[in-house]
Design a protein around this ligand. Structure first.
Ligand code: PLP
Length: 374
């Protein structure tokens, strides 16, 4: 008998569809859902950014760019990072296809089969699957119940196979933004162990009541990933960037050259136009939304108040298991993400407060009804 022409790779066996995608599709099938499941800003890309992208298309800037990205955007980002981190002469900024693309390149460049990446639990879902795609494994460091990525928690999870430590602040799904104390301790741990940090800072602009802190401020043993998806309201454009030691980054050029080739050319010009925009009105708006949801649920839900991103990760109400809780939400056309989709535990749920106040108020009322058995 002829062999099955489409025999799946071993790698694919470890990959299941995202638990969040399911809700996205469910949302599309509902008439008027309150969808707090998908993690994207509720504002659109700013007009100057759209205009710059349109101009780039009209002016014929539609060819491949050099793999590392257009010099104008890289220079802007370089100046931004130099302002924050001081001496970055040994490092390089590369434009990637989103933070997702940057993570993929990092994992491909630094992990061998059998190596382990340490990720927080709860985690951004993609980390596990990206590790699987490069035939590596993941282990988690537990950040429950306060969601602090402390050095002690990370240290306790390190094994001889650990090759990378992923930190994500502000965090998806917890909303926790790292303090300077957290960042200093993580940096010291990385220096002591020689295990590099991969710092996913995609929510860097969404920090409330404190400054955004990166562990890169305190160690050079750190790859910084960020991008325009959340801050510029353009997740579909696939523009991200990475600050990494030059010799590593140059290796990643080849990986990007032979996979993504380059980030979308006209959209790099669009992102460049977004570099000078003032984010503070959005930050205030999101802080108000955080307050609306946190205060609204406070009586009936135990939750850590988010200090960043646009997620909250409350505990399930007493007496309800995950299935019954999610079912109760869906019956009322409210979509949230079961914590089990982004954690090894099934005790919490993720709610994204990037929505209109009107939707958030309705969601708060529904969640309170569910918690009080109405
Ligand atoms: N990292 C985190 C923590 C995220 O939440 C997301 C998107 O939800 C990404 C990375 C992916 O970002 P990008 O659109 O830049 O690939």
């Amino acid at each position: 008998m002829a062999q099955d022409p489409f025999r799946f790779s071993e790698r694919l066996k470890g990959i299941r569809p995202s638990g969040i995608r399911k809700f996205f599709e469910l949302g599309l099938s509902m008439k008027n859902p309150i969808d707090l499941s998908i993690g994207q800003a509720h504002f659109d890309a700013p007009e100057p950014v759209k205009q710059a992208a349109r101009n780039a298309v009209a002016e014929g800037r539609n060819r491949y760019t050099v793999t590392q990205g257009i010099p104008e955007l890289r220079e802007k980002l370089r100046a931004r990072y130099a302002g924050r981190f001081g001496d970055i002469s040994g490092e390089d900024v590369m434009v990637t296809c989103g933070v997702s693309g940057g993570l993929m390149l990092t994992f491909m460049a630094l992990l061998n089969p059998g190596d382990e990446v340490l990720i927080p639990d709860p985690y951004f879902i993609m980390y596990k699957h990206l590790a699987t795609m490069v035939s590596a494994g993941t282990a988690t460091y537990n950040i429950y119940p306060d969601f602090r990525p402390t050095a002690e928690r990370v240290r306790a999870a390190i094994t001889p196979r650990t090759r990378l430590i992923v930190v994500n602040s502000p965090s998806n799904p917890t909303g926790y933004a790292m303090t300077e104390e957290d960042a200093r301790a993580l940096a010291a741990l990385s220096d002591e162990t020689g295990i590099p940090l991969v710092s996913d800072e995609i929510y860097e602009d969404f920090v409330f009541g404190r400054r955004h802190v990166s562990p890169r401020e305190f160690t050079r043993n750190c790859i910084v990933l960020s991008g325009a998806s959340k801050s510029l309201g353009m997740p579909g454009w696939r523009i991200g960037w990475m600050l990494a030691p030059r010799e590593l980054s140059e290796k990643m050029y080849s990986l990007q050259q032979f996979s993504f080739v380059c980030a979308p050319a006209p959209l790099q010009w669009g992102a460049l136009a977004g570099m000078e925009l003032d984010f503070s009105p959005h930050r205030r708006d999101y802080q108000n939304k955080r307050d609306l949801v946190f205060e609204g649920l406070r009586k009936n839900y135990r939750a850590v108040m988010p200090t960043g991103s646009f997620y909250m990760f409350p505990e399930l109400p007493a007496g309800l298991d995950m299935d019954r809780f999610i079912e109760a939400c869906i019956r009322r056309e409210l979509l949230v993400v079961p914590g089990s989709a982004c954690s090894d535990r099934a005790t919490h749920f993720r709610l994204c407060f990037a929505a209109t106040d009107e939707k958030l108020k309705k969601a708060v009322a529904i969640l309170n009804d569910i918690a009080t058995g109405r």
